[in-house]
Design a binder for this molecule. Structure first.
Ligand code: SF4
Length: 901
């Protein structure tokens, strides 16, 4: 391996792919593309387009490089003193529970560990919560109720060796692409393997489904409750396993019979065809090697914990657990959600998989940490934390590497909370996030490629995320910032680590401290790890107790659990519909989720044009019938609103949406679009056990916006988006280009569009006097086009029309990005709106090779009638594979999994 290349892990999803980052730069001064690490067991060299575009995000654009106190730039020494003094004053006056950390599944285990230790052992509060609360908190509680521990029993390998894979509430094709591609490959090799998708929407994941149950949103628990009944009725229970290794079966099956007594009533409750449910029962009863794979669709619910347990109940009842190709497998969304769970970085955990209620745990951790101020009980979970902040009970919050103004439900309430909070400290890599606006103290953090530590993926695999590039400006690692503040608070001896391996070693030592097999999380093998060993650490699945350095592929295989009597618990559940229901005023059920090429709130992925081309704007997916009822057309901007707020989104008419249900992605923030923060429309209702919000469900009304002027600007530099806000434009969206930006606009009212173009140009650094304007105005269709050139080089183009379907922009983008003199043909094309020699590729499908839908359809018309021949001709689908479901949809538009309609 070249000296400048190092192995690290991807900072995005919970698959936790290994990759290689080369610090060499090319002639354009850009980092070389990253490549997959062939030796990493999560991905064996594969990467999705998000991972493979990582080097493009290594740009200084918008980085926070210095600490700021009350808006003034300062040095770290001053910032640390200010943070410590202000925390001390507040805690002395109002008590330790006036303090809170709000962390993130993006930070590393070492960062998490010291934050948890400082709050719970030294300040004396358990107010340590994280955005992982929004992601998998219900899965954690589900495992703990059943197993007595937060133990994910499976490995990725089980997804390849099972004969039946039930994917519930997961669009893994887009959210966990490399894992999904592993499943695709396994199914190809083992054609008898059945895949069932349970999801209200027909998503890209359904591309490989033998059966798709398009359930009524939130009704998943009933499916599994009935599977339990059917397993009993058809004598497919593993009674020996139930007798020997479990508690509470009789009560659980009695409850299941009561709430889901038969196939027809269950099918009706779930909104699926009885035949489809019967087919699932047949698959389930005839297939021993079954994995249930679940994610946010299960977790982000007011009854997410019960749903988890409904799934686990079925596996316990059939003894399908801890063996090859079997188990209930919750997949985490974030790269280090699991690492946070390990250290106890949630308000209802203590540390190292111990809870406050675990007998003797508080004293054990106190002894180990030599802690002066141990917290004694659970702290505030995310939604409650921000409520208490608004009430003035929490007076200082340190937000690290997350953007609650975008991700928490009811963002208007989050804003009120941040405004009410006496001291808001924000550690981030970016200066401008929707949350950083509210910071009293801003601390510059290191980001991926600079941070150095460990992360744990969905299959309990601990991997190194290595610091390869130097920290820019004054950016500092989060663990260091926390330790500096801890020392300034007077806790010197507990926080004098010299390097992250010392933190990791202490974390490992706590995991095995007085453990003796009592706790599942034990990585005692690493309790003496030194720098050299840490640097060389290979990916390994915990537990890794002393004497077992190879780690553990599968756990709970021996039927020994972590409950008081060492048996697993069946949990009786009652399936319930979501708390939020549609009504006459708000008749559409809103579903939320991720798209293929963006990550969370876009602070990193929003920087690269590659990832913005697949889906470039916030949208609302709606069924053709609903679109017809509302008189909506594709790409039109509509108002989507409820009691909490109003958004403006582009219409996307989709056959995959059921009538009465709409879908919107979660990614766009106020930094990227005018009114597109989906959480603003989500009620802060939570699961009472896990505190996880019901983020998958909202209810809205949809109103067409008429008489809008649509437009776009392509410009060789950025504009201040406040210009659009000042002009009260209902809709704007910023899209990155290789060089410059594209802005999509929609606004009502009368504007002098030529003057508007001049005015916007004058706000840039482009010389507005030296160049020449090209103008075209068509009084018949009212379209207007303006371009500004200096020495025949296009600086900016402005197109406006009452029609939301504007011209293809790709060739205009090329023209602006090339910065070369235009030909006479191009000059007139700018005004006509079309360059004859350029092929319109259509909507981008393959991000890796820049292949559009029209190109694929043309190639199909020309006779390329399968994936392989399309790949040979256009290369589409031949790299990461994330686009294959969309290529397949072009190949056979009527191709569908069996669905309940
Ligand atoms: S699947 Fe993609 S986003 Fe997820 S870890 Fe792998 S490369 Fe990163």
């Amino acid at each position: 391996m070249p000296a400048k290349e190092m192995k690290t892990t991807c900072p995005y999803c919970g698959v936790g792919c290994g990759l290689k980052l080369n610090t060499d730069i090319n002639e354009q001064g850009e980092f070389l593309p990253v490549s997959g690490d062939e030796t990493h067991p999560a991905n064996f060299g594969s990467l999705c387009v998000k991972g493979s575009s990582l080097s493009q995000t290594l740009v200084s654009d918008g980085r926070l490089l210095n600490p700021y106190v009350d808006g003034k730039q300062t040095d770290w020494h001053t910032a640390v003193d200010e943070v410590a003094e202000r925390i001390k004053a507040i805690v002395e006056k109002h008590g330790p529970d006036a303090f809170a950390f709000y962390l993130s599944g993006q930070i590393l285990t070492e960062d998490y560990y010291v934050a948890n230790k400082l709050a719970k052992g030294f300040i004396g509060t358990a107010n340590v919560d994280t955005n992982s609360r929004l992601c998998m908190a219900s899965a954690v509680v589900g495992y703990k109720r059943a197993f007595g521990s937060d133990t994910v029993p499976c490995s990725y390998e089980d997804l390849e060796t099972c004969d039946l894979l039930i994917m519930v509430g997961s669009n893994a094709a887009w959210t966990h692409p490399v894992l999904y591609q592993r499943i695709v490959a396994a199914k190809k090799l083992r054609p008898w393997m059945k895949v069932v998708v349970i999801d209200p929407r027909k998503t890209a994941t359904c591309d490989i489904a033998d059966l798709h149950l398009a359930i009524t949103p939130g009704s998943d628990a009933a499916i599994f409750s009935y599977l339990l009944v059917a397993s009993a009725d058809t004598k497919h229970l593993d009674t020996a396993y139930i007798d020997q290794f479990t508690n509470g079966f009789e009560g659980c099956i009695a409850q299941a019979r009561k709430v889901t007594p038969d196939l027809n009533s269950t099918a009706e409750f779930c909104g699926v065809a009885p035949d489809d449910l019967e087919l699932l029962v047949r698959f389930w009863c005839s297939t021993e090697k079954t994995v249930s794979f679940y994610s946010q669709g299960v977790n982000q619910s007011a009854t997410g914990v019960d749903k988890s347990n409904a799934i686990i109940n079925c596996h316990l009842a059939t003894g399908r657990l801890g063996k090859e190709g079997m188990g209930p497998f919750s997949i985490t969304g974030q790269p280090n959600a699991m690492g946070g769970r390990e250290v106890g970085g949630l308000a209802n955990q203590l540390a190292a998989h111990m809870d406050f209620a675990t007998p003797g745990a508080i004293d054990l951790v106190k002894d180990f940490w030599q802690a002066p101020n141990m917290a004694k009980e659970n702290g505030l979970k995310a939604v409650d934390l921000f409520k208490k902040m608004e009430e003035g009970k929490v007076k200082v919050v340190w937000i690290m590497s997350t953007n609650p103004m975008v991700s928490l439900p009811d963002t208007a309430q989050v804003q009120r909370a941040l405004e009410a909070c006496d001291l808001v400290i924000v550690s981030d890599i970016q200066v401008n996030t929707d949350t950083s606006k509210f910071a009293d103290i801003l601390l510059p953090a290191t980001g991926w490629s600079e941070k150095d530590g460990t992360v744990t993926n969905s299959e309990r695999r601990i991997s190194r995320q290595r610091g390869i590039l130097p920290a820019p400006g004054e950016a500092r690692h989060d663990w260091q910032a926390i330790c500096d503040v801890a020392k300034a608070l007077g806790f010197v001896s507990g926080f004098s680590y010299r390097a992250p391996h010392e933190v990791f070693a202490e974390h490992a030592a706590l995991s095995c401290f007085k453990n003796n097999g009592k706790r599942d999380f034990d990585i005692g093998h690493f309790s003496q790890i030194n720098q050299q060993e840490y640097d060389a650490l290979l990916p390994v699945q915990w537990p890794v107790p002393k004497g077992r350095p190879e780690g553990t592929k599968r756990v709970l295989a021996d039927g020994r659990f972590y409950t008081p009597n060492k048996k697993a618990n069946f949990i009786s559940i009652t399936p319930q519909k979501p708390i939020q229901q549609v009504n006459q005023t708000f008749p559409y059920l809103l579903n939320t989720g991720r798209i293929r090429d963006q990550w969370h709130t876009m602070t990193r992925t929003g920087k690269t044009d590659t990832l913005s081309r697949h889906i470039d704007q916030p949208y609302l997916a709606i069924s053709p019938k609903d679109a017809q009822t509302l008189n909506l057309v594709e790409k039109q901007v509509v108002s989507v609103s409820n009691e909490l707020g109003q958004l403006f989104l582009r219409v996307k008419i989709s056959e995959d949406q059921k009538q009465g249900q709409v879908f919107a992605p979660i990614h766009w923030t106020a930094a990227y679009a005018s009114n597109a923060v989906i959480s603003a429309l989500i009620e802060p209702v939570v699961d009472p056990l896990s505190g996880q919000p019901e983020s998958k469900i909202g209810r809205v009304k949809i109103e067409a916006k008429t008489d809008l002027t649509y437009g776009f600007i392509i410009i060789n530099q950025g504009l201040k988006t406040t210009e659009f806000e000042d002009k009260e434009m209902e809709y704007w969206c910023q899209i990155p280009l290789k060089k410059g930006k594209r802005y999509e606009l929609a606004f009502s009212g009368q504007h002098n569009l030529a003057a508007l173009a001049c005015e916007l140009l004058a706000k840039t650094s482009i010389n507005a006097h030296q160049g020449q304007w090209l103008e075209y105005e068509n009084p018949i269709n009212q379209s207007k086009r303006y371009a500004y050139l200096i020495d025949d080089v296009v600086q900016a183009v402005f197109y406006f029309s009452p029609n939301c379907e504007l011209v293809d922009t790709a060739w205009l983008v090329d023209l602006v990005e090339s910065a070369s003199k235009v030909t006479p043909q191009e000059r007139s094309a700018i005004l006509v709106g079309r360059l004859a020699s350029i092929e319109d590729k259509g909507r981008l499908i393959c991000s890796c090779f820049d292949v559009g839908e029209k190109q694929i359809r043309n190639a199909i018309k020309a006779g390329e009638n399968d994936l392989v021949s399309l790949g040979k001709r256009l290369k589409c689908g031949t790299n990461c594979g994330s686009c294959i479901p969309e290529i397949n949809a072009c190949l056979s538009p009527n191709r569908r999994a069996v669905t309940s309609g």
